[in-house]
Design a protein around this ligand. Structure first.
Ligand code: AMP
Length: 115
């Protein structure tokens, strides 16, 4: 989608600090980090949210996005201390960019419940 900021990052049209990329997903640093490690992991293909990722193709999209998040967590040394993966969804979930994304947060102890 031309007007989607994350699609434009995936295509290279908007600069971002890319951490890792596969043909199906891209991981890049969040502009406004909420933890010492704050990486966003998105599918290259646009879906507004996980609910739109249907059928076998949707299952692959979600799985490959999650797989990249787990790989990046490993690469950044977070397996031992742990980390949090978050998918804010819709208004109540606090989603501000309507392109499905996982927040990978680490490097500090997380609170629960979230705000
Ligand atoms: P959410 O509120 O869950 O939709 O998360 C959107 C995230 O995208 C926020 O944490 C923003 O800081 C981040 N963000 C928005 N625009 C950019 C950008 N151009 N590059 C990197 N991160 C961005």
């Amino acid at each position: 989608m031309n007007d989607c900021v994350f699609c434009r990052i995936a295509s290279g049209e908007i600069p971002a600090t890319i951490v890792k990329r596969t043909p199906e997903a891209v991981a890049f640093r969040d502009l406004n980090p909420q933890a010492p490690v704050h990486v966003l992991v998105i599918p290259t293909q646009h879906v507004d949210s996980a609910a739109q990722a249907t059928g076998d193709a949707g299952e692959a999209l979600l799985g490959k996005t999650m797989r990249l998040a787990v790989e990046v967590a490993h690469d950044l040394g977070l397996d031992g201390p742990g980390y949090r993966l978050v998918a804010n969804t819709g208004v109540d979930g606090g989603q501000s960019v309507p392109h499905f994304h996982l927040h990978l947060l680490g490097g500090r102890r997380m609170d629960w419940p979230p705000g």
